[in-house]
Design a protein around this ligand. Structure first.
Ligand code: ZN
Length: 307
């Protein structure tokens, strides 16, 4: 007779931030001046937690990253993408990820038009590769992928609650973030806790949340240099579209953005969200900047302007 114990759903259920307030494990913020995503954790967390080695090795191999650091006691992640610093006033540790350039002009002449800026045989038309700038335009995925993969492993490490560790802080975990990162495939999902949804419900419906929109524009247009040729201000949006706090976020791409998960929205006071059509690490990081700015707004670190 098989005596394996089957656990009922009640027995394995762990409280989740969509259902109740939970103590903070990490915070997220956006520094628009240095264009950095910042993940803040307690010193105690960095002393006890460590990234999952097998996963680290797998991701490093897949992306061919040169360096991997899985201890939270130093810079974390791949190829130096997340720098560790101490915010001594609050006894917190911050992991700082400066956004890299994803596509940009170099000082070299454009190889397609030999630096003339014009199409070959058609001096009236701008070169399609450099758009008349005469400079070589480069696309570099590596640094954005290293930051994305590092954040992926960092959130995974910080979301591990298996140790049963409790936090001494009275601050709440505002959101949980899952960054998925495989070569050629990038995902972003997570959950908004009660405080975030309460804040969203207080916003005016169908009005852009300016701080989120402008942070995304700043991030995207820094990473994708001169990309405003291909997108307009209308390709960036963040607005609450229902009185229950349904948040839509859009960034340039083929319908790229974040929306609530239908099977989660309305079940509890918080809800889960997931991405739509992320094609590259740059879009994924832009949407993370939106989440970081939302975190700052809910925290009161920045005050929203009137719509
Ligand atoms: Zn050219």
């Amino acid at each position: 007779m098989c005596e394996d114990k089957f656990y009922s759903q009640e027995e394995v259920h762990m409280p989740h931030i969509t259902e109740c307030y939970l103590p903070r494990r990490y915070g997220l913020s956006w520094d628009g001046t240095s264009r950095a995503l910042i993940v803040a954790v307690s010193q105690r967390t960095t002393a006890t937690k460590r990234g999952p080695r097998l996963l680290f090795e797998g991701v490093q191999k897949e992306f061919r990253f040169k360096k991997a650091e899985l201890s939270l006691k130093g810079d974390f992640g791949f190829d130096g993408a997340l720098k560790r610093r101490v915010r001594s006033a609050h006894e917190m540790i911050e992991f700082v990820g400066l956004l890299p350039k994803f596509s940009f002009y170099t000082d070299d002449p454009c190889p397609e038009c030999s630096g003339s800026g014009k199409r070959r045989g058609d001096p009236e038309t701008d070169c399609l590769y450099c758009w008349g700038s005469k400079k070589r335009y480069l696309v570099e995925h590596e640094k954005a992928q290293a930051l994305s993969a590092s954040l992926s492993l960092l959130f995974l490490t910080l979301d591990d609650r298996a140790s049963g560790e409790t936090s001494e802080t009275e601050e709440k975990q505002l959101m949980e973030i899952v960054v998925g990162c495989r070569p050629g495939a990038f995902f972003l999902s997570g959950s908004f806790g009660l405080s975030v949804v309460e804040w969203l419900i207080r916003q005016r419906m169908n009005r852009p949340i300016h701080e989120i929109v402008s942070a995304m524009k700043c991030a995207y247009r820094f990473m994708f240099e001169k990309s405003e040729r291909f997108n307009s201000d209308f390709d960036f949006d963040a607005k609450v579209t229902s009185e229950n706090g349904w948040l839509n976020i859009i960034c340039p791409g083929q319908g790229c953005g974040l929306i609530p998960k239908l099977n989660s929205f309305g079940r509890h006071r918080g809800y889960e969200f997931s991405d739509h059509n992320i094609d590259n690490a740059g879009q994924q990081l832009t949407l993370l900047v939106a989440l970081a700015t939302l975190h700052d707004l809910v925290e009161g670190a920045i005050v929203p302007t009137a719509a």
